[in-house]
Design a protein around this ligand. Structure first.
Ligand code: ATP
Ligand code: MG
Length: 300
């Protein structure tokens, strides 16, 4: 399949899940089990599409790197066991590691807490020509911190600044930050892997029952699960307040891993394709220089 056709196909898989305008978004209208009509019998075809998507991605990334102008920042947020790690691993499997950086954001360190909350994300922004992946991000400051106010109490933010407006302010901070990034050629795309509570239970049980998966499970995951409804509310609010034309959210159905990966790959292909990436053109002087060196090499 030609790259143009692939890009067209990628749009078909990515567009239905892209939220450009937060105001109208409702999480209840997004189905974690959605597969756009594809069933289990279509898995091999989906796998093939994914392989082609990954190849297209590699080609586009090569140009992104050569052009050295744009940077792409991909942010992943989700409940535990939604498949962030697997999606990142599979989708980025074909890209040149030199042009890609993955950063995981865990609980903030003492040094992090000694700064404003965007500080650690700013420090980890991708270089031009690179794809940066944030496995969790500053959005945790509007999610886990909101579900657990005691986390905020342990932070060093002056208490008089923590008012009823805090979430509204944080959404505005992040919107402004992302606008600033896009004005500087850092293209931001955000992924919420949308898992159902039932499927999370199934995956947790699998992690407990299969010895090789035990390491993936921690008791705190089960504690967070008890706050499921609150998490869904804050995630919805996060998307409603921060999905914009320039930095949209993709709300990716996460109950079927094969489908999640196709949509994530498609969204990245769609994003890179929108940049009209080209290998840098070489000017006349440079061409003359290359020809001279070639002549010299052939004479050896
Ligand atoms: P896995 O899928 O392997 O469990 P993970 O992303 O959940 O990956 P963990 O090490 O389990 O990684 O968890 C990281 C934890 O750090 C999450 O529970 C997350 O909510 C928490 N965290 C991230 N950022 C912040 C923050 N700014 N404040 C408080 N907690 C945070
Ligand atoms: Mg975890």
């Amino acid at each position: 399949m030609k790259t143009e056709q692939l890009i067209e196909k990628a749009r078909k898989f990515a567009e239905p899940f892209r939220v450009n305008k937060g105001k109208d978004f409702r999480l209840k209208n997004a189905m974690p089990g959605e597969t756009l009509g594809l069933g289990n019998e279509d898995k091999p075809r989906a796998q093939e599409a994914l392989t082609m998507g990954i190849e297209a991605l590699a080609e586009l990334q090569d140009k992104l790197y050569a052009q050295d102008k744009w940077a792409v920042l991909l942010i992943f947020q989700a409940m535990d066991a939604a498949g962030k790690d697997g999606a990142i691993k599979h989708v980025m499997s074909g890209v040149n590691p030199q042009g890609c950086q993955v950063v995981s954001f865990k609980s903030p360190s003492a040094d992090d807490l000694d700064h404003d909350y965007l500080w650690r994300c700013m420090k980890s922004l991708p270089n031009r020509g690179h794809i940066g992946i944030f496995n969790r991000s500053c959005y945790e400051e509007t999610v886990v911190v909101r579900v657990h106010p005691e986390i905020m109490a342990r932070q060093k933010v002056p208490v008089e600044l923590i008012t009823k407006k805090i979430w509204e302010q944080r959404f505005a901070d992040i919107r402004n930050f992302e606008e600033y990034l896009s004005n500087n050629g850092v293209v931001v795309r955000k992924f919420f892997l949308h898992l159902s509570k039932n499927e999370q239970k199934r995956r947790f049980l699998e992690r407990i029952e299969i010895p090789d998966k035990n390491w993936k499970f921690s008791a705190s995951d089960a504690v967070e699960r008890e706050h499921w409804d609150e998490y869904m509310e804050v995630y919805e609010d996060m998307i409603r307040n921060t999905a914009t034309e320039k930095s949209p959210w993709y709300v990716v159905p996460a109950d079927n891993k094969w489908f999640t990966r196709v949509v994530v790959a498609a969204a990245i292909v769609e994003t890179l394709a929108s940049l009209d990436l080209k290998y840098p053109e070489v000017d006349k002087d440079k061409l003359a220089e290359l020809a001279a060196i070639k002549r010299q090499l052939l004479k050896e």
